[in-house]
Ligand binder design. Structure first.
Ligand code: HEM
Length: 498
């Protein structure tokens, strides 16, 4: 029998491949065909990737929620939900949902999972129980002292370099300095070695450059799981730009060096810091260094966004700005505020608490899809959701929901948190705002205590001393939003207060 020629084999292979692609496309299209959404999103993930790379994905998806309603399709196997009650149900602590493959991007470099990449609910709960005592601050003595010291560095930097007067104009990039602050705090807490960004007034470890440069890659990785396999490949990794590799490898080496001091024959024992607590609860070496490495990512951009954007909205809302400043001044005058302010004192300032909640609500630092999947068929927003579908939240519409926050939900108005209202209304507001931390789910932010210590202190320490105004209100800052929203070039004029 004559063997088929090479060209016949190639043609047959191509035909089989094309048939396979068409069948799988059609099947995946039909799976969610009863759910509305943009046409291209039903056929290809490229629609979503393109939106993300465009750098305004959260705002784009919020506009589409207005068009398509509380649930719509954003990729062949993905839907997005903007009804707070349904988000709550999907995220419910005792519900059947678990994390989707999107979370694999937080596996970083290793086959070993981190708390943020763990998808199996039981494994996640077991791992979380080892981290919780450290994150909650119960077994850690230095959360306050480190935060105080680094906010002191921020104040000193402003005093040294960025105080403008009538005769001297010294603009400051608030976006950058806020991240210097959060990086200095989290590096000190996580690896016991402050990056000294504030003292040197520069991105000493290239972390900011690394994160902003890696976002496009992470976007693709999060939607197309096969790209992880590619990235783990040594040949593909060798092709990465050197500065990207150096940034991440340097950070990993620091995390490993620091963790190594807590294991082995000469180990430091009984340290009352975060790592000490993780070790005391039995975290093996590889998990320990990966968690500390992860903390730097999870804990710097997020809190920096909260600081920048809250100050930005305050600068644009003179009424709220002055109310907050008056509250701080009055508390100082009656001796209710130490220098620096303690967290306990800050919690006694109602307007400050309202400003923090509202700043986070109006511009949530984490806008990632955070998809959850289920092994059984479920009904969400009245639509049938087949097993294995990624169900994401749409943060902007959820956090600006008029039913929860009132007709002016789109406005930054801290007063809504202190106005008199029914218990019912108040608890709805608290519950929906809590989603920005993942509250009411099994995946609630572990760093919430740390972030709130920072937020409780930073606004008081800045506004008791300085006044801030935007240099160019018509071009206040640049933002790139592809799951994590990153702002830059927020130039402000800082003046010493009378
Ligand atoms: C304003 C600042 C912050 C916001 C808005 C925020 C938001 C979130 C959200 C929404 C999640 C849930 C993810 C999910 O559902 O899968 C999360 C998880 C997490 N966050 Fe934060 N975060 C902030 C600051 C921090 C800080 C400062 C740290 C570390 C020091 C941190 C560490 C973590 C960790 C470890 C998790 C994983 C929790 C788990 O899987 O059980 N976060 N965060």
């Amino acid at each position: 029998m004559e063997l088929p020629s090479l060209s016949t084999l190639a043609l047959t292979g191509t035909c089989l491949f094309v048939t396979y692609v068409i069948i799988s496309w059609t099947l995946s299209f039909r799976k969610l065909q009863h759910i509305p959404g943009p046409t291209w999103a039903a056929w290809t993930s490229l629609w979503l990737i393109r939106r993300q790379l465009g750098g305004r994905v959260a705002r784009d998806l919020a506009s589409l929620s207005k068009k398509y309603g509380p649930i719509y399709r954003i990729a062949p196997n993905w839907v997005i939900v903007s009804d707070p009650a349904e988000v709550r149900r999907v995220w419910h602590v005792r519900g059947p949902w678990y994390r989707g493959q999107w979370y694999d991007m937080f596996k970083f470099d290793q086959p070993v999972d981190t708390i943020i990449s763990l998808k199996d609910n039981a494994a996640h709960a077991a791992h979380r129980s080892k981290l919780l005592p450290g994150y909650s601050g119960r077994e850690v003595d230095n959360l306050d002292t480190i935060t105080n010291r680094r906010i002191g560095d921020f104040v000193a930097l402003i005093e040294r370099e960025y105080l403008s007067t009538d005769k001297d104009f010294r603009p400051m990039d608030l976006a950058e300095k806020a991240q210097f602050l959060t990086l200095d705090i989290i590096s000190d807490l996580a690896i016991g070695k402050c990056f000294e960004c504030l003292n040197e007034d520069r991105d000493t470890h290239g972390q900011i450059t690394f994160v902003s440069g890696s976002v496009p890659l992470m976007v693709v990785m999060s939607i197309v799981p096969a790209s992880f396999v590619l990235l783990q490949n040594p040949i593909a990794r060798a092709l990465l730009p050197t500065d990207k590799k150096e940034g991440v490898e340097r950070m990993m080496a620091l995390a490993q060096e620091n963790a190594a001091k807590r294991y082995g024959p000469d180990r430091i024992e009984g340290a009352r810091d975060m790592l000490g607590s993780f070790v005391a609860h039995g975290l093996p070496f590889t998990n320990a260094w990966l968690e500390t490495f992860g903390q730097i990512g999870a804990g710097s951009d997020t809190t920096a966004t909260a600081i920048r954007m809250t100050l930005f909205y305050l600068m644009n809302s003179p009424d709220s700005y002055h109310k907050l400043q008056r509250e701080i001044d009055a508390a100082i005058e009656r001796g209710g505020v130490s220098s620096p302010i303690t967290s306990e004192e800050a919690r006694q300032l109602p307007y400050l608490q309202a400003v923090i909640k509202e700043g986070l609500r109006i511009w949530p630092p984490v806008t990632g899809f955070m998809p959850k999947v289920c092994d059984t068929e479920e009904i969400v927003c009245g639509k049938r959701i087949p097993p294995g579908t990624n169900v994401c939240w749409e943060p902007i519409s959820v956090l600006r929901n008029k039913g929860a926050f009132g007709e002016d939900a789109e406005c930054f108005r801290p007063d809504r948190w202190i106005e008199e209202q029914s218990e019912d209304k108040r608890s709805t507001m608290e519950r929906v705002q809590g989603f920005l931390w993942g509250t009411s789910s099994r995946w609630e932010c572990l760093g919430k205590t740390i972030a709130l210590i920072e937020l409780n202190k930073v606004f008081v320490e800045l506004l008791r001393r300085f006044d801030f105004s935007l240099v160019d209100p018509l071009k206040p800052f640049t933002t790139y939003d592809a799951s994590l929203s990153i702002q830059s070039d927020m130039w402000v004029r800082v003046q010493r207060r009378e």
